[in-house]
Design a protein around this ligand. Sequence first.
Ligand code: SF4
Length: 485
Amino acid sequence: MVQDILTIDIQEDQDEDPPSTPRPALWADVPDEKWNDWRWQMANRLNSVEELAQLIHLTSEEIQGLRADGKFRVDITPYFASLIDPDDPNCPIRRQVIPLGRELHAFNGMMEDSLAEDKHSPVPGLVHRYPDRVLMLITTQCASYCRYCTRSRLVGNPAQTFSKVDFEAQLDYLRRTPQVRDVLLSGGDPLVLAPNVLEYILSSLRAIDHIEIIRIGSRVPVFLPQRITDDFADRLKRYAPVWMNIHTNHPKEITPELSRALEKLAFAGVPLGNQSVLLAGINDSVHIQRELVHKLVRNRVRPYYLYQCDLVKGAGHFRTTVAKGIEIIEGLRGHTSGYAVPTYVVDAPGGGGKIPVMPQYMISQGPGKVILRNYEGFITAYDEPADYDPHMIDNLDHQSLHRAEEGQGGVWGLLNGDEDTIRPEGFDALHQRNAEQHRLNFDGHKWERHHLNGNGSNSNGHHNNGHNGNGHNGNGHNSNNGDSH
Ligand code: SF4
């Protein structure tokens, strides 16, 4: 009897079609095999007023945006276009992919390469900004194009794309740069590359011993979930550990198709994260963000970053204040699970990297006590230990792997005792006021700090690198008037 019931349940489950997004009338006659084929989706993307007008009621500003000379590339997969509300110009899906006339308006602070990525590229397409990881741009093509794209200077332009010669130069740089342990593949979107090209890059990276993890940044699961086939997920498994960050901005993007794609990736052992961009009129709301992060974690995706919109050409009308981002984190942290709260970051204009920004939770401190507040406004004192010994860890610390890149200690380097100051460029020269060497400024040792244990260790038990003891600052410049050594 139990057997019969089980058999019937299984039979009923098998007969049910998996849920899917309703298909607009325009594609009602397309056979399922084609609709579910990523190559068909790519070949039938929409990009003109005429094509889009068959699907949605375009506003005059959208028509102006679509017809503008010099606009960032437009291409939208039929699947993603099917999520658009044809009658709502404020539809969050629509606003992400259909240009408006105002997209081309200049704004204060606008730049072409606002993160100075090309300035941090030792070889074309490889951005080495942080000590132990790199960004490897391997294509400029995407499944669809986001109007606020940070890399619109390159992305969408087939003439700017990367070739085998570029990949070889990037791989060669990585082979001779052993401090790099983490490679992020991005573009453009790595998942639109021909499968054999992507495999060539993955296998070449895996052949480099010091590369510990490979990450892929991709919006393909969102624009083109059909690409995530069982075979594709299986192939990724071979290069494990491969992590993937997808990119969703609004809960409407989380469809049954995306859920199935994410399940395939998760079952293939790919840890999943999400990056969102804070976009005015699309997701600058605590409630929308909360719904988004809840849907993500239900799909095994950890909300990773919420980005402040970059100062990039084309993104002016999407920008919010930083205060809005802080308010959103205020509305998430404590109000929902910690693993559902992304880190809100401003990617520093000029190439400073990601700077986390959050509400202020530590409201005061004094000897032995830290005063903290929680998300409800509850204020409490944390009593700090009076007998804490920061040297207790020294033995274990010395046994652990110390991976440091010279000159990248930053603020932690000050705490660590590697450096005593960080100075803006030109600081020493400015403060020397073209001084002559004289009896009072002659001796550079005057400005060296005395370390009680004599070996440059700070109170955390770490050792400095010897720069402090010879009157040099972190830039390698002499900290006195420059001619005493
Ligand atoms: S998918 Fe990424 S790289 Fe492509 S257009 Fe969107 S933001 Fe830019």
